[in-house]
Ligand binder design. Structure first.
Ligand code: TA6
Length: 317
């Protein structure tokens, strides 16, 4: 509920599309974010000018069991598809709960604009992935409008057995025109090319630019990646922790046409750069917890290309 006098609360729970529960986060300077309990899915992140920074398809269904096309789908307990589990796992099409009193975070954010979500497996989930877990997700807006996602997965099994999983924050960034975008920070790194039977290659020395379909898993990447949007004069800075890999995906024209919940031309205005743990699955023994953190900032492109120093980036913003 909104506060009396028109003041907006930092955290508001309301209904979104298809009557699904949605949490709106607002930071004092005007930035905002929206999270659907369906999927624990961030569907909006706006800067303090009200500009949308994430891409969500105009054809996104917002109808369970289909995952939402765009925003930040959570891929868990697997990235892509292996074995019997559905592609990108089931976390993105389960209804998460709000947790009012989660176990303390070692590095707690002071922001009031945050929400804590939790996902636990149902009896049905345990039939397809027989492991007890608690997945806690905190979504927070930093004072400068940064979007912070912290995932904590705990093995709560009592059978003494470890489990392994892969993971991705499948982030869809909104870009003005994909042909005008470059990604810095992944050059010279090895990648598995999904378009070439996952063969391993090494990226050349130049920043990545886009002129056709791309679906690559960059391995053991740096913790900072920059996405420069020349037309918008905006740079996204991705900082990640506990997530060694980075997936870069754009379906381009032909594949976009084959994706029912993506407009034919919408590929031009999206780019997925996904902080991930794919190559080496994470294994947790009973009682163990894993943490994976994503921090997104959007800064004016006075950002100095080629210098992935977040302090400089922030100072110049
Ligand atoms: O992250 C890249 C990817 O795994 C691609 O291979 C592509 O299929 C994409 O994700 C979208 O997957 P989805 O299941 O959401 O249609």
């Amino acid at each position: 509920m909104a506060a009396a006098g028109g003041d907006k609360l930092p955290v508001e729970v309301c209904k979104g599309f298809s009557g699904l529960d949605r949490v709106v986060l607002r930071e004092a300077r005007g930035s905002s974010a929206e999270v659907y309990l369906y999927g624990g899915h961030v569907t909006s992140w706006k800067n303090d000018h009200g500009e949308e920074l994430l891409f969500v398809s105009s054809k996104a269904a917002f109808k369970p069991p289909k995952p939402i096309r765009g925003g930040i789908p959570i891929c868990f307990p697997q990235f892509a598809s292996h074995g019997g589990l559905e592609s990108h796992g089931f976390a993105r099409n389960r209804v998460w709960s709000i947790e009012s009193d989660p176990p303390p975070f070692p590095t707690n954010s002071a922001s009031k604009a945050h929400v804590d979500l939790i996902l636990k497996p149902t009896e049905e989930d345990l039939k397809i992935w027989p492991h007890s877990f608690e997945f806690r997700l905190r979504v927070a807006l930093g004072p400068g409008g940064d979007l912070l996602l912290t995932s904590r997965v705990r093995n709560t099994s009592t059978d003494g057995k470890p489990f392994s999983f892969t993971f991705a924050y499948h982030t869809y960034f909104a870009v003005s025109d994909i042909s005008e975008v470059r990604v810095e920070g992944l050059e010279t790194h090895d990648y598995l090319d999904n378009l070439q039977s996952k063969e391993r290659f090494t990226e050349q020395g130049d920043a990545i630019t886009f002129e056709s379909e791309i679906d690559k898993i960059y391995l053991s990447t740096p913790t900072k990646i920059a996405i420069l949007d020349h037309e918008k004069k905006r740079t996204f800075v991705v900082r990640k922790d506990g997530l060694p890999d980075a997936v870069v995906w754009n379906p381009w024209d032909k594949r976009a046409k084959a994706i029912a919940d993506l407009g034919d031309e919408e590929y031009k205005h999206m780019l997925c750069v996904e902080a991930a743990a794919v190559e080496k699955p994470i294994t947790l023994k009973p009682g163990e917890e894993w943490k994976g953190r994503l921090e997104l900032s959007a800064v004016p492109s006075s950002y100095c290309s080629g210098q992935l120093d977040p302090q400089k980036v922030l100072q110049s913003s």
